[in-house]
Design a protein around this ligand. Structure first.
Ligand SMILES: Nc1ncnc2c1ncn2[C@@H]1O[C@H](COP(=O)(O)OP(=O)(O)OP(=O)(O)O)[C@@H](O)[C@H]1O
Length: 395
């Protein structure tokens, strides 16, 4: 759908972006994330044909933006950071104007405008002068002008910036719906927006793409290990020793102090008493029983609360080889009747990753690439490209 190949932009003597290289397939909603001045708007303006690259090429659905700008632009809808509205026009007359501008055949215009008005919830406001629209409705108008000619690709520059929380929710919902039949590239400063809307994120910093992948899998590509934080009720040293003895455990680090020993627990009601052990059966957690799989554990034991007052042990457990150790921990603690009160897989948040990638004074691509050592991951940490020295004649 979109191919951006080794695109650079040099403004006079100032670097805009360098060696931007990515593609998008139909149906993707891609978040474009970067700090101020990273190059998001520059990239988006080049994709939409408003700015010529100094180097590299852009094509939309196989159409080169340099060779066929008019046809290529027809395939794009663009919502700039500030929607291009004429405040004195009414909603309908503005859309009529855009329809003419976009070359929508006259006989189709009425139907198309009606569709867009419905889609963006503008019914009843057709005659309203745009100056009097709220910021959220102005943003809807911006989206309306972007989709009126039914483009395949939508480029949205900070579509929720400056909106109140209710408007943000509404515009996000609209973008989600538009994503059902459009390919969308949207820039944002709002990290949760990426998690709620996008199935892929591109992070740009200092004019270069420094990360490309699924929002949930970026941590892996940065060498993140598999870690689980745990709260277990049981004797501290025994819990630590048992966890350390499990396979594929790299480390078990006690977290903040354990809680003081609890008051002796009341005897459980008779209904929850463990069933009498059969003659010769091992005590729970003792001998061969401790090694047996979960289906060897009587269900009533698992349901029964501990009768022994024990402290709560809080630990951070790391796995070797990014193994998912949660089930092994669960079954072992259950066998020993050390109740797990909480178990949480720890991972780098998008915010952690963003800060790691964008707060360095200068990016060391080799170091980043070395961190991104997961060949199975669909996340990539692009390397650098030669910086163009040419000055753009179109700048
Ligand atoms: N017309 C211009 N002339 C000269 N330099 C420019 C021009 N437009 C942008 N730049 C520079 O190019 C770099 C990238 O700017 P750009 O606006 O693309 O970043 P951005 O990621 O969109 O930032 P923001 O989030 O603040 O909008 C910045 O260093 C900026 O100063």
């Amino acid at each position: 759908m979109l191919e951006v190949k080794q695109v650079s932009k040099l403004y006079e003597n100032q670097r805009g972006v360098h060696g931007i290289d990515f593609s998008m397939t139909r149906g993707e909603i891609v978040g474009f994330l970067g700090p101020n001045g990273a190059g998001k708007t520059t990239t988006m303006r080049m994709i939409t044909g408003y700015l010529n690259p100094t180097h590299g090429s852009i094509s939309i659905d196989g159409l080169s933006m340099a060779d066929h700008p008019k046809k290529a632009r027809q395939k794009i809808g663009y919502l700039p950071e500030t929607p291009p509205l004429y405040p004195e026009m009414s909603v309908r007359s503005y859309l009529q104007f855009i329809a003419d501008l976009r070359g929508i055949p006259v006989k189709e215009q009425k139907h198309r405008i009606g569709e867009v008005i419905d889609r963006l919830g503008l019914q009843g406001r057709e005659r309203q002068i745009m100056r009097s629209l709220s910021k959220g409705y102005k943003q809807r108008m911006g989206l309306a002008q972007a989709i009126l000619h039914n483009p395949d690709l939508l480029i949205l520059d900070e579509p929720t910036s400056g909106l109140d929380p209710k408007q943000i929710i509404e515009i996000r919902q609209l973008i989600r719906e538009l994503g059902e039949n459009h390919t969308v590239l949207l820039s944002t400063h709002i990290l949760p927006e990426i998690n709620t809307l996008c199935n892929r994120v591109l992070i740009i910093n200092q004019g270069r793409i420094v990360m490309d992948g699924h929002p949930d899998r970026l941590g892996q590509s940065m060498g993140e290990t598999f870690e689980v934080s745990l709260e277990v009720k049981g004797p501290r040293e025994a819990v630590l020793a048992e966890l350390r003895s499990l396979p594929q455990i790299a480390s078990v680090k006690p977290l903040a102090d354990v809680t003081a020993a609890a008051e002796p627990a009341a005897e459980p009601p008779a209904a929850l008493q463990p069933p009498p052990l059969e003659h010769g059966a091992p005590e729970p957690g003792v001998g061969a029983g401790a090694q047996e799989p979960a289906d060897a554990m009587p269900a009533a034991w698992l349901a029964k609360p501990s009768t022994v007052a024990e402290p709560t042990v809080r630990v951070l457990v790391s796995a070797t080889d990014r193994a998912d150790i949660r089930e092994a921990i669960f079954y072992r603690m259950a066998e020993l009747r050390y109740p797990i009160l909480a178990m949480q897989k720890e991972s780098l948040s998008l915010e952690d990753i963003f800060l790691k990638l964008t707060t360095n004074e200068a990016i060391d691509p080799e170091a980043s690439a070395a961190g991104g050592g997961d060949p199975a991951s669909d996340v990539s940490v692009p390397g650098t490209n030669a910086i163009d020295k040419e000055v753009d004649p179109h700048a």
